[in-house]
Design a protein around this ligand. Structure first.
Ligand code: ADP
Ligand code: ZN
Ligand code: ZN
Length: 648
């Protein structure tokens, strides 16, 4: 009987040997029993016999074959091994993340709305044409389309895709979040019809598999999707596009913790393909690479649809009594009076995010996480945004018994209430994950806003991303500080990007856009430079800060999180790991172990160790060895995150 080498979607690095009555190709899934569990695994090899020293009689037969045709060909299997090695996960975890789905139950969210207006582009601007020419001049390489908001990057991406397809090569187009890209999906389907496959998390496992097969067969040659679409099984990848390159969602938050940009770079190198990234607010790494070489910079500077950069003013919240400042309310009234639209951005869901006692100051925290609970008025509950814990708002202080509990700090729900009261005759819509339970609601809202049927749109991240609505005259950032105050070295970079992006939603078609940025820290460089549109200056400043602190892009970070319910075990494991990495060479600096900024989530204590490395391969190898030496501790999980985007 032939033997199969099988890997599982488990954090176990070694593979297992099974026998099979029929030959099963590498890249297929098989049903097996591992220990006492029924598990589906991936066939990754055909060993000639059982591993050395293992009794042939002890080797189990598989329970069944899942796929007839392999889901992964040799180049994707190689990619999986590269990914597993790089991110320190098992090959099975890598393969499972490349073809996601089936892990969690998913609903089919593909209900669709149509009737979108389209803005056809007849003639390219000089900048756009020059960018395309540069891309066309080289058959491979890395390009960065740096263009201000509204400068027409999408059109360049689409034309570059057309060119690649006509050269007989296949295209991947990555977007941060497919749910926010409905407009683009419709446009693509019009332009590339049957060649397009859209991969997103709303697909049922069977639909996803069907799309996968369409791509494998060569029927679909243009894949649009979020992060994991970077693994699409195209036959001849020739162009990978990363739209809004700076977005954090390109980094996976679960094992394997990869960055789509990193995978795209690797795939392009392996396939002699072009990589084309773009943003109005490149990541600091990308900006640095553009000046250091290795990444060819292409620039778009105007707004071809007739807009211009908006005028921006900063409001100091220290001088205001409410989150809707006098200046903001006056501007809103004026703009709405002209029949134009307003966009408001606030990075906090819920009604209020602090609930504290007036007498003793006690603040209500989640029982399982070290974060405050958020009050949601519509459901009259206190909710933890990290673990989902819910409780009724207390009628008295749990600490001192005082009846005077005070809700403070504004969330979107609260602002919606205030705005509706101030402008009762205007149509106000709130867009956040609480308001949008169904994809179709999101699509409808975005379309109605584009078509001018909503006067004021208020929301979280969702409204900051790529919204292209002609009627927006005023964009307001209600509190620029929320992200700036996070204990994370990327806080400034993120705040800067957010402000520039939100501001970029106004004045896209008419050159009279206005932006108001409210903040308690009007002098913070990230806020001031974003407001004054001093883009290059901000990057110079931020890169200098990183140089002084020896943070990325001048070093690379390896973060290890140790978590578990038993605090002592967590401490002990973290200390053990740290001591085996301390003072062991010149290639890295050890920071920690320390409590993570969010010290507890879902009842688990969290500590982390950070290695700041100046020799990636050495550090990678040493960390791998150190982790192998640590004996497994029951109830303690160790997670490795290389090049983390968040340190919370
Ligand atoms: P970005 O992604 O750079 O923020 P978009 O790609 O959304 O900008 O383009 C902004 C608007 O400009 C869109 O409505 C688009 O149709 C329009 N546009 C793009 N290129 C041209 C062009 N060459 N002539 C006229 N309008 C254009
Ligand atoms: Zn109290
Ligand atoms: Zn919680």
């Amino acid at each position: 009987m032939p033997y199969l080498e099988v890997t599982f979607n488990l954090p176990i690095r070694n593979t297992y040997t099974y026998t099979t009555p029929n030959p099963v190709p590498v890249g297929c899934r098989v049903k097996t029993i591992l220990g006492r569990r029924k598990l589906t695994g991936w066939v990754v090899g055909h060993p000639g016999g059982p591993p050395e020293g293992v009794d042939t009689n002890k080797i189990r037969a598989i329970e069944g074959q899942v796929d007839i045709e392999p889901l992964f060909g040799s180049s994707l299997l190689e990619l999986a091994h590269w990914l597993a090695e790089l991110t320190m996960c098992s090959p099975g975890e890598a393969l499972s993340s490349m073809l996601p789905g089936g892990k969690r139950e998913s609903r089919d969210l593909t209900e669709s709305v149509d009737g979108d207006e389209d803005y056809a582009v007849d003639e390219l601007t000089g900048d756009q044409q020059a960018a395309l020419d540069s891309i066309g001049n080289l058959s491979s390489g890395w390009f960065y389309l740096y263009g201000i908001t509204g400068s027409g990057k999408t059109e360049v991406f689409l034309r570059a895709a057309e060119a690649a397809l006509s050269e007989g090569r296949d295209v991947i187009y990555l977007v941060p979040e497919i749910a926010l890209s409905h407009h683009l999906v419709e446009g693509l389907k019009n332009r590339f019809s049957g060649l397009v496959a859209v991969i997103h998390s709303g697909l049922t496992p069977s639909r996803r598999l069907a799309e996968w097969r369409r791509i494998q067969s060569g029927e679909a040659r243009f894949v649009l999707g979020a992060r994991s679409a970077v693994f699409a099984p195209l036959r001849n990848p020739g162009l990978i596009i990363i739209d809004e390159e700076h977005e954090g969602s390109y980094k996976s938050g679960a094992s394997p913790r990869y960055h789509a940009r990193q995978v795209a770079m690797h795939r392009c190198r392996e396939n002699g393909a072009r990589l084309l990234m773009g943003s109005a607010t490149p990541s600091v790494e990308a900006w640095h690479m553009m000046s250091a070489g290795g990444l060819q910079r292409l620039e778009l500077s105007g707004r071809p649809a007739g807009g211009a950069m908006p005028t921006v003013s900063i409001v100091d919240l220290k001088k205001e009594k409410a989150l809707l400042s006098g200046e903001l309310v006056r501007s809103m009234a004026r703009v709405l009076g002209e029949g134009r639209q307003v966009l408001l951005f606030l990075n906090r869901r819920g009604f209020s995010y602090r609930y504290s006692c007036r007498s003793c100051g006690e603040e209500l925290h989640c029982r399982y996480c070290s974060v405050p609970l958020t009050y949601h008025k519509s459901t009259n509950t206190m909710i933890c945004h990290y673990c989902g814990y819910r409780s009724a708002p207390p009628s008295s202080c749990p600490e001192c018994g005082s009846m005077e509990m005070l809700a403070a700090g504004f969330g979107t729900e609260r602002v919606e209430e205030d705005v509706s009261r101030l402008f009762p005759e205007k149509r106000v819509v709130r867009l956040d994950t609480d308001a949008v339970r169904r994809r179709v609601v999101l699509e409808t809202t975005l379309r109605e806003f584009r078509n001018g049927k909503i006067d004021i749109l208020l929301g979280t991240q969702m409204v900051a991303k790529g919204l292209n609505a002609p009627g927006v005259k005023l964009a307001g950032v209600l509190s620029a500080d929320t992200s700036l105050n996070l204990p994370d070295f990327r806080a400034a970079e993120r705040t800067f990007a957010l402000i520039v992006q939100v501001a970029g939603r106004s004045g896209r078609f008419v050159p009279d856009g206005e932006v108001i940025i409210q903040t308690f820290r009007p002098d913070a460089p990230a806020i001031r430079m974003a407001a004054e549109n001093r883009i290059g200056e901000f990057y110079d400043y931020e890169i200098e800060q990183r140089r002084l602190l020896d943070f990325p892009p001048f070093s690379r970070l390896f973060r290890v999180v140790i978590r578990g319910k038993d605090e002592k075990k967590v401490f002990r494991t973290a200390d053990q790991l740290a001591s085996s990495l301390a003072n062991r060479g010149k290639h890295w600096k050890l920071m920690g172990p320390a409590e993570c900024p969010i010290g507890r989530i879902s009842g688990q204590y969290r500590r982390h160790i950070i290695l700041r490395s100046n020799g990636f391969d050495h550090t990678h190898a040493a960390l791998g060895e150190a982790l192998n030496r640590i004996p497994p501790v029951y109830g303690v999980r160790i997670e490795v995150d290389i090049d983390p985007v968040s340190l919370l």
